[in-house]
Write a protein that binds this ligand. Structure first.
Ligand code: NAD
Length: 338
């Protein structure tokens, strides 16, 4: 059993903790909180061992929330720590607790140059074997790496151009926006996403532009790929349908936007309405003179969760890519029933 601790029980951390307890080869040894809020209470309700930062011991005691100990104690009892604290805090924590020699997985908000390797299960699982500090790339980069890897393997890629229409905030962040704007983020090229994708697929030529819009549901990518070898729409759709973490949205589903996808996830009683898969609209896939166009949607709160599970197995060298991805897919219930 791999003893896993989750430091930072927020949007990503609570989902990773839930996925860890589903794994037959992992044990959740603790989750940590800084504040005694509703998430701390929910973790207690799920019987997750709760740890707190030293400075918050008093506030948790006053709120009547029981905890096992401090973050240092949790860190020490783990074989791997998944750090899902806010951007910039993850690598700082790694430096802080380095003496404990526990390998750490941080998230996409950390700088790509501050880690030993960046991770995407489909693109570069092997690169993180035996490393001490691994970063699961951001939700957008995860979605692009999953899409581009099989296309590069099968047809070769000359150039990728992506416009990312990004959700303004997560549903639990009412203070963030925009609420009435379309923000060019940034105004110039490239957005940080292209270079980030290259941290897991270094040989891909990719340019990205990004906009932020008033929705909390999902990101949408407008993708154009110039291929080395020609193909047909049918073959491209067949290739992408064969990927366990890509859902091809069929015409008969009648889904024309991200609200419909979220409704589907809720109807299927997915936990928290999560979509772990990229959602590629089959109808949007067009192939013209070795160029592919398509739309895909990415659920920002969810797609990195299976990747964290695979990164745990890679870092401790538990098993290979295929075995890990298959096990994660099976235990989490990957694949949307039509
Ligand atoms: P979040 O704010 O929802 O959760 C962070 C949690 O960490 C909070 O519960 C906070 O109280 C806790 N925390 C803060 N400092 C801490 C500390 N020193 N020790 C322990 N806990 C601490 O953040 P999030 O959205 O889950 O993002 C976490 C990371 O995941 C970031 O790097 C982010 O860029 C990345 N990420 C986020 C998304 C997304 O859409 N939310 C998607 C992919 C990757």
């Amino acid at each position: 059993m791999i003893n896993v601790a989750v430091n930072g029980y927020g949007t990503i951390g609570k989902r990773v903790a839930d996925a860890v307890v589903q794994q037959p080869d992992m044990k959740l040894v603790g989750v940590s909180k800084t504040r005694p809020n509703h998430e701390a209470k929910t973790a207690g309700g799920k019987k997750y061992p709760l740890y707190v930062v030293k400075e918050s011991k008093k506030s948790f005691a006053e709120a009547g929330i029981e905890f096992e100990g401090t973050v240092e104690e949790m860190w020490d009892s783990a074989d791997v720590v998944v750090d899902a604290t806010p951007s910039g805090v993850g690598v700082r924590n790694y430096e802080l607790y380095k003496g404990m020699r526990t390998p750490v997985i941080v998230q996409g908000g950390e700088a790509k140059d501050s880690v030993e390797s960046s991770f995407n299960a489909r693109a570069n699982f092997e690169n993180s074997i035996g490393k001490n500090l691994v970063r699961v790339v951001s939700c957008n980069s995860t979605g692009l790496a999953r899409l581009l890897t099989p296309i590069e393997e099968t047809y070769g890629i000359d150039q990728v151009r992506v416009t990312l229409i990004r959700r303004g905030a997560d549903p639990g962040q009412p203070g963030k926006g925009p609420i009435n704007d379309v923000i060019l983020d940034p105004v110039y090229l490239p957005s940080h996403h292209g270079p980030d994708v290259k941290s897991v697929l270094p040989n891909i030529n990719i340019d990205t532009l990004a906009l932020k819009v008033p929705t909390t549901l999902m990101h949408v990518h407008v993708v154009n790929i110039a291929l080395e070898k020609d193909t047909s729409k049918e073959d491209m759709c067949r290739l992408l349908s064969g990927e366990s973490r890509i859902h091809m949205v069929a015409e008969e589903e009648g889904i024309k936007g991200i609200a419909g996808l979220k409704e589907l996830a809720l109807d299927l009683e997915r936990p928290r309405g999560d979509l772990w898969e990229n959602c590629v609209w089959e109808e949007s896939v067009s192939v013209k003179s070795k160029e592919v166009y398509l739309f895909q949607a990415i659920h920002q709160e969810a797609d990195v969760v299976p990747e964290n599970i695979d990164a745990i197995r890679a870092i401790v060298n538990e098993c290979g890519q295929e075995e890990s991805m298959n096990l994660t897919d099976k235990t989490m219930g990957m694949g949307l029933r039509r």
